[in-house]
Design a protein around this ligand. Structure first.
Ligand SMILES: Cc1ncc(COP(=O)(O)O)c(C=O)c1O
Length: 350
């Protein structure tokens, strides 16, 4: 049972395309792979974040906020999408970014002007073009002091008469979950239009709002879908509790008088395709990205979708989907994240 939808802005190009990848499905000799093209939710705001931002920004507007603050890595897709949407809506945007490991451990905060030419590309370049203010913190300071950093900026904006709305990493919280609750409903429509009944959906998991929203969405629809999140960082245990926390927050906001949904949710995460770490690739991953692009004209990024799709190919080979005729892969975007990996990708030119 779905509760009433909260306010939503119409920002994404929806519904996104749903189509089979027949050439690679045949090469893999497994189930037919269907692509949910959420990389096509827009051009500048392409990817999964815009679905969450439709609800988060509506919440910000409903609360009368004029300034949005959020955080992420220097090449964060979520931050870029937030910057673009804020510009479109006439809101001020401040991005709190995690610098590279090489950024010294001091508390020195960098702005865009002090970034190197190598750093000033992809998503960071787009953040800047969209007028976002950027503060880059050394990683240890960023992780240890995140709440304080947010508080400091919010107080400063309040002192000059602004009203702030803060969005956590990846837009994943009780409000942001709506984006992929809604996507689950959209997928059910896709299935009936295409006359298929997949029983598994695979997506990349970074802050878990996509996996959490899909898992909750299918559960609310009473659909027995197996949503598999391919972790790109952290562990199975971490995502299990992160998703349950977000779902609890969602339930407190929208369905407080119903039985505890988080307690009975099935959450499936795999953490064996992360490789050396978040945003760090490996040869099989780069090869897989090239292979899919060459065979289907579909481009994945090495940080999120590439790892998730590589994981899907390996799980097909391991027999996880044996007996299933169709499986869905959600392409969650991230195209701008490929450019900082040009050297690694070039290593596999044939
Ligand atoms: C392109 C892309 N795909 C997938 C993800 C993971 O989505 P989520 O944060 O909802 O787990 C992200 C998150 O930043 C992303 O940018």
């Amino acid at each position: 049972m779905l509760p009433n939808y909260p306010p939503k802005l119409s920002l994404a190009n929806l519904p996104t395309e749903f189509r089979p990848l027949d050439r690679v499905s045949e090469l893999l000799a497994g189930p037919r792979i269907w692509l949910k093209c959420d990389d096509q939710t827009g051009s500048l705001v392409s990817g999964n974040k815009i679905r969450k931002l439709e609800f988060l920004m509506a919440d910000a507007k409903a609360k009368g906020c004029d300034t949005v603050l959020t955080c992420g890595g220097m090449q964060s897709n979520h931050c870029r999408a937030t910057a673009a949407v804020a510009a479109r809506l006439g809101l001020k945007c401040h991005l709190i970014l995690r610098g590279p490991k090489s950024q010294s451990d001091s508390q020195a905060v960098h702005d865009v002007q002090s970034c190197t030419a190598k750093q000033y590309q992809g998503n960071l370049l787009l953040d800047d073009l969209c007028g976002a203010e950027v503060s880059v913190y050394p990683p240890t300071y960023y992780f240890a002091r995140m709440n304080e950093i947010f508080d400091e900026h919010v107080k400063r904006y309040q002192a000059s008469g602004h009203t702030c709305y803060t969005i956590p990493t990846g837009g994943s919280n009780g409000v942001g979950l709506w984006g992929y609750i809604e996507a689950a409903r959209e997928l059910v429509d896709d299935f009936s239009r295409s006359a298929v009944s997949p029983s598994s959906v695979v997506c990349a998991t970074g802050s878990a709002g996509t996996q959490g929203g899909l898992s909750l969405g299918f559960q609310l629809l009473d659909h027995p879908m197996n949503v598999i999140g391919m972790a790109v960082c952290d562990s199975v245990e971490y995502f299990d509790s992160k998703i349950r926390e977000d779902v609890k927050e969602w339930q407190t906001l929208y369905m407080p008088n119903e039985p505890d949904v988080a307690a009975t949710m099935n959450i499936h995460t795999l953490d064996r395709y992360i490789g050396p770490g978040y945003a760090m690739g490996y040869p099989e991953l780069f090869e897989c990205i090239r292979w899919l692009a060459k065979n289907e004209g579909v481009v994945l990024d090495p940080v999120y979708t590439g790892k998730a799709f590589y994981g899907l190919t390996q799980e097909i080979k391991r027999g996880r989907f044996d007996g299933q005729s169709d499986v869905v892969f959600v392409h969650t975007g991230g195209i701008y994240g490929i450019f900082p990996f040009n050297e690694e990708l070039k290593g596999f030119v044939q």
